[in-house]
Design a binder for this molecule. Structure first.
Ligand code: TYD
Ligand code: MG
Length: 455
């Protein structure tokens, strides 16, 4: 009889399993993410599944338990969560190392509106280190208990003793369960840890936040392998050398996932940015240089007025380069093709660089017209007046298509003092409100370019 495999190769990015090593994961397409792991038959999560039999009940008869939300006291975070943590829910907070996850969580511990004990379990920092950080952040919560531990058995024991109603695991990759032989941070470890925490907390109605590191090299299992298990997934993003941080909801069983929260990392921790539009525009006192336009994006319910910059320069080597930072690269190449064909601008021997100011990333078609105008403005070396805002999606025939929630976008631009707003004609026709700024409706990119003296 052939010997049965006792190990399996697992992708640390998405958890895909294969009996042999693969260079590239067929599921998430990442390179070099496969690690060998022992096959564990007695993983407690799967064992428990057999013991707990579910009953078939009619939907009508299911009683709804009242859900309470615990306000975190941080407005930006509460909005992303849909009004605070739902009691008894499991939240995963992911992000690159050093982005500020532990800082954010510690700040929550200070401001959270909760009368019960909070247990902070850290496998990364010692009690003294946490104390140092807490002092720096001004965290003085008598109900905050701390445990430096990596063995999940002890964490469970501590939770039993302390009677905490809010628990933080920092981070899931440092915890280990003894019955699993693979190293801490491997796919089977992080899954097992999460399953055990989940079971414990759901039974007792404890609200849990699990912190997970995301690394590009895939040495440790990413939080993506856990996304399906938890109720809410939040990612803290940002460029390491920029001070702005964006908190994004990727999954939320109790609210919308469109909202983002903005923070700035300062000396005394993360500070909320309640008016992000004003910081995302560079200092433009001495007129507007060519290639810079103002666009409005909508993240969830909140409009963001942003500056978009383009630079077009003659190509030195044969093939022209396209470079997009903050916007989608493929979208940029498509828009450049539209601009060439429909407006007759020849970018064949031009490199084009696009940048969203502030180090943030937006993937929204409403920025299309802005990208086209910025590129044309840089190409012709004609600047756009600094009080003009550009909104619109562009189709392959060069038509400017309607975008959603146009009133909200215009209102935000008006609030910030812009005087002219270029929007899709189809949006203009159905505008319900009247605005103080001039609204120009355009049907296609050529109309917009003519209005801005680019054609
Ligand atoms: P941290 O919360 O430890 O990151 P993570 O838990 O995601 O790994 O954040 C660490 C970074 O934040 C560190 O490089 C220093 C910076 N920082 C500040 O700038 N100000 C502060 O008040 C704190 C606590 C950290
Ligand atoms: Mg940390």
């Amino acid at each position: 009889m052939a010997k049965k495999n006792s190990t399996v190769f697992v992708c640390s990015g998405c958890g895909y399993e294969s009996s042999k090593w693969l260079g590239r994961c067929p599921s998430c397409n990442e390179w070099n993410t496969f690690y060998e792991e022992k096959i564990m038959k007695n993983i407690s999560a799967s064992k428990d599944k057999l013991k707990q039999r579910g009953e078939v009940v009619s939907l009508k008869k299911i009683e709804r338990k009242e859900t309470f939300r615990i306000k975190t006291g941080i407005g930006e975070l509460d909005r992303v969560l849909g009004g605070g943590f739902v009691t008894g829910s499991l939240t995963l907070l992911g992000g690159e190392p050093g982005i500020g996850k532990s800082t954010l969580i510690l700040q929550i511990c200070q401001r959270i509106k909760l009368e019960d004990n909070i247990l902070y379990v850290s496998g990364e920092e010692s009690a003294e280190q946490i104390k140092l950080r807490a002092d720096r952040l001004g965290v003085q919560n008598d109900r905050l208990l701390f445990l430096a531990e990596t063995d999940i058995d002890y964490v469970e024991e501590a939770l039993e003793k302390t009677n905490a109603k809010f628990i933080i695991i920092d981070s899931v990759q440092t915890m280990y369960a003894e019955e699993i032989t693979s190293a801490a941070g491997s796919v089977s470890q992080v899954r097992e840890i999460t399953a055990r925490i989940m079971k414990m907390c759901k039974q007792k109605g404890i609200t849990t936040v699990i912190i997970g590191h995301v690394t590009k090299d895939g040495n440790i299992a990413g939080p993506r392998v856990l996304e399906h298990m938890v109720d809410t997934v939040l990612y803290l993003e940002g460029e390491r050398y920029f001070s702005y941080r964006i908190l994004r909801g990727v999954k939320n069983r109790f609210g919308s996932t469109n909202e983002i929260g903005m923070f700035e990392m300062q000396n005394d921790g993360l500070v909320e940015i309640t008016n992000p539009s004003s910081i995302l525009i560079s200092n433009r006192e001495d007129g507007n240089p060519s290639g810079s336009v103002i666009v409005v994006s909508l993240e969830g319910t909140r409009p963001l007025v942003l500056e978009l910059q383009a630079l077009s320069t003659p190509t030195v080597f044969g093939i022209p380069r396209r470079n997009a930072s903050g916007v989608d690269y493929n979208r940029l190449t498509l828009l450049m093709a539209v601009l060439e064909k429909r407006a007759g601008m020849n970018f064949g021997s031009q490199d084009v660089y696009i940048n969203l100011v502030g180090g943030i990333k937006i993937n929204e078609p409403a920025l299309d017209l802005g990208i086209i105008i910025a590129a044309a403005s840089s190409f012709k070396n004609i600047s756009i007046k600094e009080d003009v805002v550009i909104i619109g999606e562009v189709g392959l025939t060069g038509e400017v298509r309607a975008v959603n929630m146009i009133e909200k976008r215009i209102k935000e631009s008006e609030k910030l003092g812009y005087k002219t707003c270029i929007i899709p004609e189809s949006n203009k026709k159905v505008l319900k409100e009247s605005f103080k700024l001039d609204i120009i409706g355009v049907k296609n990119i050529v109309e917009a370019m003519k209005f801005l003296n680019l054609k």
